[in-house]
Design a binder for this molecule. Structure first.
Ligand code: MN
Length: 140
């Protein structure tokens, strides 16, 4: 058993992987005995990941705010607290906050044999992000 007290600093999401201000708290880190990686990711309004894939897929679970997610070639979905999204292995996608809301999600995945959690691609453009449905209650 290993207890990690609330002593790990929140880190800023790197600009290569995110647009806008994003902050990450590590929940579980892979080790010799576990492939599990989990993070609580805090997106400020309009902030989002770049396009990316996960070798073993990923589950996100929204805990606060209002968010958006999209798989390549499909429409943007509005996601809210309690919503769970599974991205299939190698499915190209992004996730982030709605234009006028913060969003926090718990992100969970298994790293591959080499320890890789994700393959990162280009940023989501403002034009791509701007295709999100309006948050008028009809957005889901
Ligand atoms: Mn992802």
């Amino acid at each position: 058993m290993k207890i990690t007290r609330n002593s790990i600093d929140t880190t800023a999401g790197p600009s290569e992987w995110f647009t806008g201000a994003v902050f990450v708290d590590t929940v579980a880190a892979p080790s010799d005995g576990s492939r599990l990686s989990a993070s609580s990711v805090h997106f400020t309004p309009r902030a989002r990941t770049a396009w990316h894939t996960h070798p073993k897929g990923q589950t996100i679970w929204v805990t606060e705010g209002v968010g958006l997610c999209q798989c390549r070639g499909r429409s943007i979905e509005v996601i809210r607290p309690g919503d769970r999204v599974f991205f299939e292995p190698s499915e190209d996608h992004w996730h982030g906050a709605a234009p006028t809301r913060f969003m926090t999600h718990l992100a969970m995945l298994e790293v591959d044999d080499e320890g890789n959690p994700a393959t990162w691609k280009e940023h989501v453009t403002d034009e791509e992000y701007g295709a999100a449905p309006a948050l008028d209650g009809e957005g889901r």
